[in-house]
Write a protein that binds this ligand. Structure first.
Ligand code: HEC
Length: 96
């Protein structure tokens, strides 16, 4: 019986973990994205022609590009330092 309850506790933690990984926290993402607005514009519309707009872009695409910056597949001296410290969860939230 002791093992069974430990098992259901572990299962509960796993389930909670997967729910929080899949559902993005948009408010938390907005807070993290405050640093991005200097370059990408406060509403994700950049005023600088060499900096891309982020608004309207698909969340999956943004997530992918942020991971590319982090992993070094894509390099940029301005944006990599901004994205480098974001966790997978942050990336999920910011993209959303
Ligand atoms: C110092 C200016 C600067 C800041 C601050 C900045 N970026 Fe960027 N970002 C850039 C530039 C420049 C590019 C274009 C890079 C290139 O040409 O490869 C870019 C590109 C991107 C892209 C890829 C867009 C695309 O269309 O492929 C994403 C996603 C992105 N930034 C996210 C972020 C996020 C999230 C933050 C905040 C955590 C952030 N950036 C902060 C300068 C910045």
């Amino acid at each position: 019986m002791r093992n069974a309850s430990a098992f259901s506790l572990a299962l509960g933690i796993l389930t909670l973990g997967s729910i929080s990984a899949n559902s993005a926290d948009i408010a938390a993402g907005n807070a993290k994205a405050a640093d991005c607005s200097d370059c990408h514009g406060p509403a994700g519309i950049s005023e600088n022609p060499v900096i891309p707009h982020l608004a309207g872009q698909h969340a999956d695409y943004l997530m992918h590009q942020m991971r590319n910056f982090k992993s070094g597949v894509r390099d940029n001296p301005f944006c990599v330092p901004m994205v480098d410290h974001l966790s997978d969860e942050d990336i999920n939230n910011v993209a959303a």
